[in-house]
Design a protein around this ligand. Structure first.
Ligand code: HEM
Length: 300
């Protein structure tokens, strides 16, 4: 495990990197790649952060490789082949490096942002909190803790996570894709070489698909005929998010764990979080304060 100061500095680097990636001057390069030849302070800053990120990842890899008995039960240990139950075999070189980068960039801020949005919406909707807590107590009893395998038994908790991902998809513009050959989307021609940027946020707020699209209504996912196919917080198709199952499990378990033990309340001044959005690679909730009031088992 690297020293704590290094971990903190790396965490800051990942947060900043995602922020800079969301700057208009940097996002514009996804739409018009030829602009890369022009001087761009945003791009310069992004590349500086990428260098810092890569240096940290390389240090961790070298440390593991130089270690006489590297731990096999870490992600890096498993990717290096230390865990014989992992079928993929050892990775090396660029593939190993980018697998780790994907985990840090794709798998940290997105899930954290979603959890924060869930807490923010639940502060606005204490009655939903109560219903989820009642479901948790009824199904798991006073001592059981939610596990990923409980999703079928805790439909309202699962629906609460899903509704949060619908209203505030953490990656609102997914990732840019380039059409390798001539194609079409919903009858609209897409010439080869086109850059496609899916607007997941807009799709999740389409009034033609979603009833009262701007409202937080987890129950909509408990009703027959809910438009599941129009729900795309993890993208879709061959290049959809590889971390979907992990992210869903993390959100389900953490949110369930929190709601089982605490009532979420606004701070004493009663200020509720602002639910507005600002553009960014990761859709983040503005910072807010929350009181976690311990609630005894059985209470709702
Ligand atoms: C709530 C959490 C998350 C959300 C909302 C999310 C969303 C997305 C989206 C929208 C994409 C782009 C898909 C597309 O372009 O069609 C993506 C790609 C990706 N995500 Fe996630 N993600 C989350 C968590 C994670 C986690 C936990 C990991 C890793 C453990 C991860 C790793 C990746 C990777 C590696 C890609 C690129 C896949 C590829 O290009 O083939 N994500 N994610």
């Amino acid at each position: 495990m690297p020293p704590e100061a290094e971990v903190r500095s790396f965490t800051r680097c990942v947060v900043e990197l995602l922020e800079v990636w969301g700057w208009a001057s940097v996002r514009a390069l996804d739409v018009l790649p030829p602009l890369r030849v022009l001087p761009n302070p945003g791009l310069r800053e992004l590349l500086r952060l990428v260098e810092r990120r890569d240096a940290f990842v390389e240090t961790q890899i070298r440390w593991h490789q130089g270690c006489a008995s590297p731990p096999g039960d870490t992600v890096l240990g498993a990717l290096l082949g230390g865990d014989p139950t992992v079928p993929m075999g050892p990775l090396g070189g660029d593939r190993l490096h980018m697998a780790l980068v994907d985990l840090f960039i794709g798998g940290t801020e997105t899930t954290a942002a979603a959890l924060l949005w869930a807490v923010a919406f639940l502060l606005h909707h204490p009655q939903v909190q109560d219903r989820v807590r009642a479901e948790l107590h009824q199904v798991l009893g006073p001592t059981g803790t939610p596990k990923p395998g409980d999703m079928g038994r805790l439909p309202l908790l699962r629906a609460t996570v899903t509704e949060t991902l619908r209203l505030r998809p953490p990656a609102p513009l997914a990732l840019p894709h380039c059409a390798r050959r001539h194609s079409s989307i919903a009858g609209i021609p897409v010439p080869a070489g086109s850059i496609i940027i899916p607007n997941l946020f807009a799709a999740h707020h389409d009034p033609k698909i979603w009833d009262r699209p701007d409202e937080f209504l987890p129950e909509r996912f408990l009703q027959p005929g809910a438009p599941w196919r129009a729900l795309l917080p993890f993208g879709c198709g061959a290049r959809s998010c590889v971390g979907e199952a992990l992210a869903r499990a993390e959100l389900f378990v953490f949110l369930g764990y929190i709601l089982q033990r605490f009532r979420l309340e606004p701070p004493s001044d009663g200020a509720l979080p602002h639910l507005g959005v600002t553009a960014g690679t990761v859709l983040r909730c503005a910072p807010f304060r929350v009181r976690l009031v311990p609630c005894p088992p059985h209470s709702s």
